[in-house]
Every structure is written in C-alpha cells, then in structure tokens.
Write a protein that binds this ligand. Structure first.
Ligand code: SAH
Ligand code: SF4
Ligand code: F3S
Length: 484
C-alpha cells in the first residue's frame, strides 16, 4: 500500500526537544470524545501487539479502551483485522529489530486486505530515525503516533480512513496528564495503575527519558479513586507504575506527598495486594520502606535495579549512587521488611567495563543475595550520552560475562525459592498453568511463581498453599486452605 506522503502535515519528534525539561506545571485534563468519532470503528476489528515494559502494557489497555469506545471489536488474528497496532519498545537494538521484522510479516496481510492499517505506537516512533525510516522505506505502515498522544487516537484513525493518507503524529514533548481514559484491562483481578509518567534520571545508556518525557505525577485523589473502583470491581492486586516511582510527587508544587503517603492511602482502599515498579535506589526513602514494613497490603518484594556493582561504571552511567549506597538501601530494606525478596536489573558490557568492574558486579550480586534479575548486554542507543563513549571490550567478552552473571543470578533465584520449602504461603491464583491445564498457577507475596492442583473456581482468589518442592524458576505446592 504505497501512499502519497505529501498531502497531510506530519509531525516529527526531535531528541533536542524531548531532552528539554521545563518547570512549567503539568495540567490534568479529562479525556473527552468528540461524538463525530463514536461509530468510526463499527464493523471493524483491531489487534494490538504489545512489546516492552509495563508502561506499554498499560498504554495498550488504554488504546483498546479507546478503540472499543469508538466501535471497534477485538480481532482474533491478523487475517481478520482492519487495524493492527504495534506498541513498541526502543530500549535495546534487538527489541527494535524484532519490530521491523514483524512489520514485514504483517504487510503480507495487506495483499488480501488492502484496507488493513498497520500502526506503529509506543517508544520507537519517539525516535526521529525511526520515523524517517518509516517515511522512506516502510510503506506498509499507515499510522504512527507516540507515547504522548494516545488519547488522540480517534482523530488519527478518522484522518487515516478519510484521507487514505499516512498519518504520522509524534510529539517530542509530553503534554497534559489525561484522566478518565477508557481502558480494557487484560486481567480481571490484577491491574496496572500508572502513578506517574516520564523519567528525569537520564541514565547515560537509556532512551526512556527521550521517549517518555519529563516526570509528571498523577494527583493522589485520581490514583486513589482508580484503586477504589478496582476494589469495587473485585480486583485483588494493583501494581503502581512509573519509570521511577520513588520520585512520585516530587513534581507537586503545593503538595507535600510522596510514594510512602500514597501507599498508606491506598492501603485504606481495602485492596489486598499492592506492588510498585520501578524503584530507583537513590530515591528509595525510609517512608516507603516503613510502608512496606507496616502495611499488610504492600507486598514484601522489591525490584531495585542496580545496573552495575562498579562505582566507576555507575558514575559513567549517571546512576548517582555507589555500590556502598546501594547496599545501605538493601540492608535497610532487609532490616525493616523481614524476609523481603529483592530482584534487580544489571547491564554488562557498558562502554569500557573492565574485568575488575565486572568482578565488582559479581561481588555485589553475592552480597545483595538477589532472588532474580533481568540481565542485559549493553545496547548502544543513538542520541543518548553513552552512545559516544569509547568501548574497546570485544563482543565475545561481553557474552561470556553475561553467561557468568546469569549462572550466579540463577543460583540466587533457586535459593530464593528454596527458603519457602515446607512453608504455607498465600497465593493469588492467576489461572491454569501454561504447561498443564489441570494445574493452577499464581504468585506468592514475594512474587514467586507457584503451581498446584486445585479447582478452577479458585482463580482470582487468594488461597493458602503448602510448598512441596522448590525448582529454579518456580515452586510446587499443595492446596492447604481455600481461605486466608
Ligand atoms: N525505569 C526502569 C526501567 C528501565 S528499562 C528502571 O530504571 O529500572 C529496564 C532495564 O533495561 C533497565 O533497568 C536497564 O537494566 C536496561 N536497559 C536500559 N537501557 C539499556 C541499554 N541501552 N542497553 C541495555 N540495557 C538497557
Ligand atoms: Fe532509564 Fe534510568 Fe530512567 Fe530507568 S531511571 S528509565 S534506566 S533513565
Ligand atoms: Fe521500552 Fe519504552 Fe518501556 S523503551 S522499556 S517500552 S518505556
């Protein structure tokens, strides 16, 4: 579907604008739908494919909500779809390569359905190079929008259908916080709840501050209301989302209110379980740790990305803490939140990471006793400061480091599971296990995956399970009691 690009005004992102941070207050506005869009999707089907982090998962729920509000229904496969949106991630090069391949694959469906619109959304379109490549080479893509203008989807779809032109609308700068966005949630008793958007940390390797804009916190009353409604609808667990949730509230001008306060207020809504992600070690404060200690609803698991155990690498990453400072936080957590499980993210092969730097990371992993980690080989992201750092570490050395690190991490994962052997744990039952329909799967407060036999009527409930076996990646157990 080669389209003429000249008739519509496209809006392109630039990293220069995306980098800017202004002190101006961010407005909160309500989502409104122009009635002229109401039946736009009648008789049409959509598919959304989500990549990347929970921020994208939550955004895809909003996209689905908006599409269904304007009449679309969900398709079961690409053949049936009139609109396929790829909600993309830009964090590493291989995440992007997957998307280019997927666009090629999906474009074949346009041969049998020339009206099929393939849309690109999420973090990739926030990169100028990506938009340029789409304009020049990827003619299958008919709709491009970014992370800051999802609420304008009805308008873009209207333009795309009416004009039969490609619609490319990507803002460099974040706009207002939009409340009351329609959502089709993927889960019936676990929900994502955004508490803030954007990131101001500017870790030197990371693209997120450019793709997600400046930090903006949702007002406490809006978050509390959303959770209250979830409780009324039968939800058991919320995961509060932000790139750096420990900075929640720092942008409020008049209000002195941070994550610890929010956790206390959300506990009062009666929600059974609260999790939050992601935490930045430097911003993690005592108030939050005490909330984890004192509130039964706040789960004893924390994902606390460390990235490296070398002070020199941390400095070049602009993480603004040292190994010692990180360990102080870990020890404070362990002291207050008895039995806490801590997981992390680690990057190996950051530019010029030496053997000694890597050894320092291994030391830290041993000391912190992580019970799981996402580990990555550094991927150069154009436009970020680290992209021009010198790097003379060969690729095969980086791969070997990753393997060595993973061995250690996996041992920690297993040890973390083993400590629950013979214990009775509370499990929020997710559904049948992926491997065996007759087995149920769920998560413990410490975020350990556990499988056990039980009736499907338990799905969505919190039950007690006795742990009978500890494997590396999961626990096995026996139903102990249907109630807690
Ligand atoms: N805001 C979160 C999540 C960021 S992305 C946080 O600060 O933890 C998730 C993880 O991807 C990061 O923690 C980091 O370990 C990894 N990551 C980010 N940029 C990367 C890059 N350029 N190369 C490799 N890994 C990267
Ligand atoms: Fe990226 Fe750092 Fe922000 Fe996390 S805190 S999103 S790693 S810049
Ligand atoms: Fe990826 Fe964007 Fe999340 S780059 S990790 S989807 S914020």
């Amino acid at each position: 579907m080669k389209k003429d690009d000249t008739k519509l005004d496209h809006l392109f992102p630039t990293f220069k604008d995306a980098r800017k941070r202004t002190k101006s207050e961010v407005e909160n506005i309500e989502f409104e739908l122009d009635p002229k869009y109401l039946n736009l999707g009648n008789g049409k089907k959509y598919l959304i494919q989500t990549y990347g982090c929970q921020a994208n998962e939550a955004d895809s729920e909003v996209m689905a909500g908006i599409l269904e509000r304007i009449g679309f229904t969900k398709a079961s496969n690409p053949e049936d779809s009139d609109l396929i949106i790829l909600n993309t991630c830009a964090i590493r090069e291989n995440a992007e390569n997957r998307i280019w391949g997927e666009i090629g694959r999906l474009s074949h469906y346009q041969k049998t359905n020339p009206n099929l619109i393939i849309g690109l959304a999420g973090c990739m379109p926030q990169e100028p190079d990506v938009v340029e490549r789409i304009l020049k080479k990827q003619h299958a893509v008919g709709l491009v929008f970014g992370t800051h203008n999802i609420h304008k989807l009805p308008e873009y779809i209207y333009d795309a259908y009416l004009s039969k032109e490609r619609v490319i609308q990507v803002y460099s700068k974040e706009g207002e916080i939009i409340e009351n966005l329609p959502k089709i949630r993927n889960h019936q008793f676990k929900a994502w709840v955004n508490i803030m958007y954007g990131c101001d940390e500017f870790c030197t390797y990371c693209i997120v501050p450019y793709t997600r804009g400046k930090e903006r916190s949702r007002l406490p009353e809006d978050v509390i209301l959303e959770v209250e409604e979830l409780v009324k609808a039968g939800y058991q667990e919320v995961t509060l989302l932000g790139q750096n949730v420990n900075a929640y509230g720092k942008d409020f001008k008049e209000l002195d209110y941070t994550l610890g306060d929010l956790l206390n207020d959300l506990d009062k809504t009666g929600i059974s379980r609260i999790r939050f992600t992601t935490s930045h070690p430097r911003d993690l404060d005592l108030k939050t740790i005490l909330a984890m200690k004192e509130l039964k609803s706040v789960m004893p698991h924390l994902h606390l990305p460390v990235q490296s155990g070398s002070d020199e690498v941390l400095r070049r990453m602009n993480r603004r803490y040292t190994k010692e400072m990180y360990m102080e936080k870990v020890n404070l957590l362990k002291e207050h939140v008895k039995g806490i499980s801590i997981t992390t993210d680690i990057i190996v092969g950051f530019p010029n990471e030496s053997d000694q730097d890597f050894e320092d990371t291994l030391d830290l992993v041993r000391e912190a006793k992580f019970e799981g980690a996402y580990t990555f080989i550094y991927s150069k992201r154009k436009g970020t400061p680290a992209a021009i750092f010198e790097d003379d570490t060969p690729a095969d050395v980086k791969k070997k480091r990753l393997l060595k690190l993973n061995e250690l991490i996996n041992a920690g994962f297993k040890e973390g599971n083993q400590r629950f052997l013979d214990e009775v744990v509370e499990v929020l039952v997710d559904g049948p296990s992926e491997k065996d329909e007759a087995v149920l799967a769920g998560y413990t407060p410490h975020n350990k995956l556990i499988n056990f036999k039980g009736s499907k009527s338990l799905i969505g409930k919190i039950v007690k399970v006795k742990v009978t076996k500890a494997l590396t990646w999961s626990l096995q157990g026996k139903l102990y009691s249907n109630e807690i």
